[in-house]
Ligand binder design. Structure first.
Ligand SMILES: *Cc1c(COP(=O)(O)O)cnc(C)c1O
Length: 390
């Protein structure tokens, strides 16, 4: 194995940052393409800068946050977090007791790691399922979580969404929607309603996913529940600070779904061009992806067997794509536990200045390069962990 622990994941991530540093220094920002769909940003107005203080900022920004947040998510009261992960933790801390149960429905496993980890932290039991027939609430179920769109952009079916909400409500169990990317993917591409309008009690979204905001969590919900969560968030220092709050507001004000809708055509073009060479390439709502497991299968089709895990192989692919073609995907920089599937998001900000032909050629070349080095452990380790190559 190439990547054996969370520590290795951190080393790999640090190495990618060094590679990005060297690309930016040598070639400039214009020749670096972040296609993760997570670019984020702090698009402040000049007059915002003077208010980035501990108390003056929130006094001014709070009412704007309430307005912008409700426009984006619906609901009664808004709360901003340092990250979506922080919002998930605060919610579970506030609503779930030791010995109780959290159940989680998602269109396709696995869950974002923050949900099982937070549940474990409070000493509750956890069940996740991606088949609606496995949905059963129990006596001790104190929170139902629904993921609207997974890390890999699998989208929930609207009827299943409604069904879970109706059942949970009939048992008076609060429903929390993890709509990290779903708040935009579901609504803009699939015309589904906002989670709050579907009847959810709480929803959270990541303001850097398919939106040019900071990496932060924006939550909306019923007022009394939000107040409970807010108390917990403040106790543990999970809430967003002024600079993040104002950037969230500006990102919502500037958001339009147009780039996402344009991506639908572009990704189709990329998919069509790749599908003969890489048969398992798939379309996502705004991009293309290759599952890590499929990548190993693809190598096998070409007569190349490997003893490395699919996660290893996918991370080597991502590292090669970054070094040689300056294209960034999540496996190169993901936090420990993040998805290792390769996803190119054509709704990314940087996708606007890169030709689809460049992306197609980069993927095909990287795939053949991967085949050449995948059986040489030291070469793969150099690519993953050693920045001296660039
Ligand atoms: C991205 C994501 C999160 C967490 O967002 P962070 O910014 O990493 O905290 C949670 N759930 C889902 C479904 C996600 O896609």
């Amino acid at each position: 194995m190439l990547i054996n622990s969370s520590l290795d994941e951190v080393r790999k991530r640090e190495n990618s940052f060094k590679v990005i540093h060297s690309i930016l220094k040598k070639y400039g920002r214009k020749n670096f393409y972040d296609l993760t769909g997570l670019a984020g940003g702090f698009n402040l107005n000049p007059e915002d800068i003077d208010l980035l203080e501990t108390y003056a900022g929130p006094a001014i920004f709070e009412s704007q946050l309430q307005r912008a947040g409700k426009q984006h998510l619906g609901g009664e009261k808004i709360l901003a977090f340092n990250r979506t992960t922080a919002g998930i933790l605060a919610t579970i801390l506030a609503l779930v007791k030791p010995g109780h149960e959290v159940i989680h429905y998602l269109p396709r496993k696995p869950s974002h790691p923050s949900i099982p980890r937070s549940t474990q932290l409070v000493g509750a039991s956890y069940r996740e399922f991606d088949d609606i027939n496995d949905f059963k609430v129990q006596e001790n179920t104190s929170l139902v979580i629904i993921t609207g769109s997974t890390m890999d952009h699998d989208i929930i079916n609207q009827d299943e969404f409604s069904c879970i909400i109706t059942t949970s409500k009939s048992k008076n169990i609060p429903v929390f929607v993890d709509d990290a990317s779903g708040a935009r993917l579901r609504t803009v591409i699939y015309n589904q309603p906002k989670a709050m309008d579907m009847g959810a009690d709480i929803v959270i979204t990541s303001t850097d996913k398919l939106m040019d905001g900071p990496r932060a969590g924006l939550m909306s919900g019923k007022k009394e529940i939000i107040d409970l969560i807010k108390t917990r968030a403040n106790q543990f220092g999970l809430e967003a600070q002024s600079s993040t709050v104002v950037s969230i507001i500006r990102a919502i004000q500037k958001f339009s779904g147009e780039r996402m809708l344009e991506a639908v055509n572009k990704k189709h073009e990329v998919y069509e061009a790749l599908k003969d060479d890489i048969v398992s390439v798939r379309e996502t709502p705004t991009g293309i992806m290759i599952y890590a497991d499929d990548l190993v299968q693809e190598l096998r089709i070409k007569g190349i067997d490997t003893d490395f895990t699919s996660a290893d192989v996918s991370c080597v692919f991502a590292a090669l794509l970054l070094r040689n073609h300056h294209i960034l995907t999540i496996p190169a920089v993901g936090m420990p536990g993040a998805s290792t599937n390769l996803r190119i998001d054509l709704a990314s900000h940087d996708a606007e200045r890169i030709e689809t032909d460049y992306i197609i050629k980069a993927i095909i070349e990287t795939f053949s390069h991967l085949g050449e080095i995948v059986n040489y452990k030291s070469a793969c380790e150099l690519i993953l962990y050693d920045d001296d190559l660039t």
